[in-house]
Write a protein that binds this ligand. Structure first.
Ligand SMILES: [Zn+2]
Length: 163
């Protein structure tokens, strides 16, 4: 029997998802909605990105779009905090901004990973590719010019895919 997620089936699921997207702590969400902290963590890791990426029903699409919009808004807010802090030389605020921006980016990447399942995207992080890549650069060790050219091409390719 698959375990039923108490967050997915929770009447306040949308509010819980929004709180997760806003970066509220698992403990405070668990307290507020009378659910277990483990369930919140499991839901955040296993269901939230998938739910945000999935598009089965119009209502769900609106919800997913809304969450994505919130993540993007939070990301730009975090980035502007970061830039302001950098300008003023306020390291503590800058670090908080970096943390917030990173958390938003991580969530966005998870969501985009769910949406974008093209194999070409995954191949660059696949262990097989990394092994081939390492092997290739190792073989080219005796040919510094070729090695440098190949490495530059790989970095450009991977940068283009990642960006
Ligand atoms: Zn869930």
């Amino acid at each position: 029997m698959p375990r039923v997620c108490t967050i997915c089936t929770h009447p306040d699921r949308e509010a819980i998802d929004a709180a997760l997207v806003a970066g509220d702590g698992f403990a405070s969400i668990a307290r507020e909605y009378a659910v277990s902290q483990d369930a919140v963590a499991r839901h955040r890791a296993g269901h939230l990105p998938e739910r945000m990426a999935r598009t089965p029903k119009a209502a769900e699409v609106a919800h997913a779009d809304d969450l994505l919009g919130q993540v993007r808004a939070l990301r730009s807010k975090a980035m502007s905090i970061l830039l302001a802090a950098e300008r003023q030389g306020d390291l503590r605020t800058a670090l908080a901004g970096i943390r917030e921006a990173r958390a938003c980016l991580e969530l966005l990447l998870e969501v985009e990973g769910e949406i974008d399942r093209r194999p070409v995207v995954n191949v660059l992080v696949a262990p097989e590719w990394l092994a081939v890549r390492a092997e290739l650069l190792d073989v080219l060790r005796g040919y510094p010019d070729a090695r440098q050219a190949v490495a530059a091409r790989l970095v450009a390719l991977e940068g283009a895919r990642a960006g």
